[in-house]
Design a protein. Sequence first.
Length: 247
Amino acid sequence: MADITEAPEAKRTRGQAKPKAEAAKAGRIVLAVDIGGSHVKAELSSGSERRAVVSGRGMTAARMVAALSELTADWHYDVVAMGYPGPVAAHRPAADPFNLGPGWKGYDFEAALGKPVRMVNDALMQAIGSYESGRMLFLGLGTGLGSAMIAENVCMPLELAHMPYRKKTFEDYVGERGLEDRGKGRWRKSVFDVAGRLSAALLPDYIVIGGGNVDRLKELPPNCRRGNNDNAFRGGFRIWLDDSLRL
């Protein structure tokens, strides 16, 4: 029996509309799945509570499919969108994730679930849900540093976390390790510096900062907006329902 829990952020932000009209217009229901190192979370575009199952280092791809099938046994859906914590190629994992079990690379989720599946990097899925227009850079402050860019509806996953920065990498300074090792004050200064450097290099119209640690920022760097974890699910719905996006 899977360890099923209600997702911690199940209560939706006040005033944030859910795209039910988009789902009805498209005539199909999307199951959005956010795969994380501690939980796998799921929600329907037609309107549902958010459900979660505990993941962790023992969670293989096959076990995730079994747990997800049990988690959603009483739900009807037509297509699946997945946010995956690693690189993705042709809607399949291109490598095993760091914080989960083995067996993910190349796994055929369409065959396993019996539904059409579109998979993107988890940072990109949250970026898609955060996107408004123009050129947007997304930075996810969590265990590491997630990143993605959307330019005029063209969606581009990025791998900025391990690029050299000072004596280490961006992730070492603004990820969880940087927060724990250097303290909140120095970590915040690094977030401001990294956001400024990436803005100068990539020239976005605006930056959205999301991820679990964005709430630790008292203020945001210039030209930055605060993201919300709910946007990961909105992004999953948009992957199937917004034809203007180019994945």
